[in-house]
Design a protein around this ligand. Structure first.
Ligand SMILES: NC(=O)c1ccc[n+]([C@@H]2O[C@H](COP(=O)([O-])OP(=O)(O)OC[C@H]3O[C@@H](n4cnc5c(N)ncnc54)[C@H](OP(=O)(O)O)[C@@H]3O)[C@@H](O)[C@H]2O)c1
Length: 328
């Protein structure tokens, strides 16, 4: 399987390292970051590129852009792992469209294009006989999409609930355990590398809402948009609220929930019993599917991380290898 990798940050590096280390039968023929690119249809020397990137900040030639790689390299699958833009989906949206028009399979960890343009992109992929896969966009390493399409394929999914943002979960866990204020817990999350310099999307619940939109559209194909989600973040929670909850054998978690039959589509801090399956610690993620036959299934795992996210991406690529004809 030949692949082109666009984005060589935390996730891209993890993917490249795991391909080099585990040799799952994937050959990188194109690679690009924001400033440079490299094409070698016989196979890129991954160790050499990673070293060049580490020492110079460039993965290749500045005369070759990501767009050049996408339109000129010989590959079967585009691995798209550039930063998320939830407002426009760019640059990923343009990259994915260009590769789909070349009849290339897509594997992405980028929530932007999937949340904004799922209908258009999945229709384009279908028309061109290729796959659009995005396991890594929700729950990091948790195989939620594989579970939905394979393990639970005969089930009707009635509801989905989840702890979909590790930063919020870490902050709430620390507020409850140590009586920290929101600001103190956020500062600690930053120091631990769990929170971005600008944590607005995470703490206001927007990141979890985007993931809920992706889940809802995947499960029910109902054209859910971000504006449809009723969103409350955790940034106004006080230590007193956490303390009160803890006194009653409960705690507070940011829960994303979709139940179409009840017209529920929301992300909000919720009082929840301490022994509930969604009460997970630290930066973990958890997703519960409520189904007609299997009843409740809860998956728990690492919601982020370089190698953890690479697990989801490589799983998607190997799924394509096993389920689709190989293309030139
Ligand atoms: N990190 C995680 O654990 C995780 C988990 C699940 C999903 N995701 C998603 O996966 C994606 C990648 O995350 P990340 O943490 O790897 O981000 P990152 O560390 O910021 O890396 C982004 C990479 O994309 C490149 N890039 C930026 N703009 C570009 C452009 N216009 N054209 C081509 N390449 C461009 C950057 O180039 P330079 O190297 O030149 O700056 C960098 O190599 C994001 O959409 C994120 O939301 C991340």
């Amino acid at each position: 399987m030949k692949a082109a990798l666009i984005g060589l940050g935390s996730v891209g590096r993890g993917v490249a390292e795991m391909i080099a280390q585990k040799k799952p039968g994937i050959t990188l023929t194109g690679i690009a970051d924001s400033k440079s690119g490299r094409i070698c249809n016989e196979g890129i020397d991954i160790a050499a590129v990673l070293e060049t990137k580490r020492t110079s900040g460039f993965c290749g030639d500045t005369a070759i852009s990501a767009h050049d790689v996408i339109t000129n390299a010989d590959y079967d699958v585009l691995i798209e792992v550039t930063p998320t833009n939830a407002l426009t989906g760019e640059p990923a949206l343009g990259y994915i469209r260009a590769a789909l028009l070349r009849k290339k399979h897509i594997v992405t960890s980028n929530k932007g294009p999937i949340a904004l343009a799922y209908k258009e992109l999945s229709a384009l992929a279908k028309k061109n006989g290729v796959a659009l896969r995005y396991e890594a966009t929700v729950g990091g390493a948790i195989p939620i999409m594989h579970t939905l399409e394979d393990g639970l394929c005969g089930n009707e999914i009635v509801a989905v609930r989840g702890v979909l943002n590790g930063t919020c979960n870490y902050i709430l866990t620390r507020m409850a355990a140590e009586g920290l204020t929101y600001e103190q817990a956020l500062m600690e999350a930053r120091e631990m590398g769990y929170a971005e310099a600008d944590p607005t999307y995470d703490v206001k619940g927007i990141d979890a809402a985007i993931k809920l939109v992706i889940l809802a559209n995947t499960i029910w194909g109902n054209g859910t948009k971000l504006d449809d989600v009723d969103v409350t973040g955790i940034d106004l929670l006080t230590p007193d609220a956490l303390r009160l909850a803890e006194n009653g054998d409960c705690t507070i978690r940011l829960i994303a929930e979709a139940i179409p039959a009840k017209k529920i589509l929301r992300v909000s801090p919720r009082l929840i019993a301490k022994d509930h399956s969604l009460v997970i610690e630290g930066s973990l993620n958890a997703i519960t599917l409520e189904t007609d036959m299997a009843k409740e299934i809860t998956l728990i795992g690492k919601g982020a991380g370089s190698v953890e996210t690479a697990s989801a991406i490589i799983g998607d690529i190997l799924y394509i290898r096993d389920h689709y004809d190989r293309r030139a």
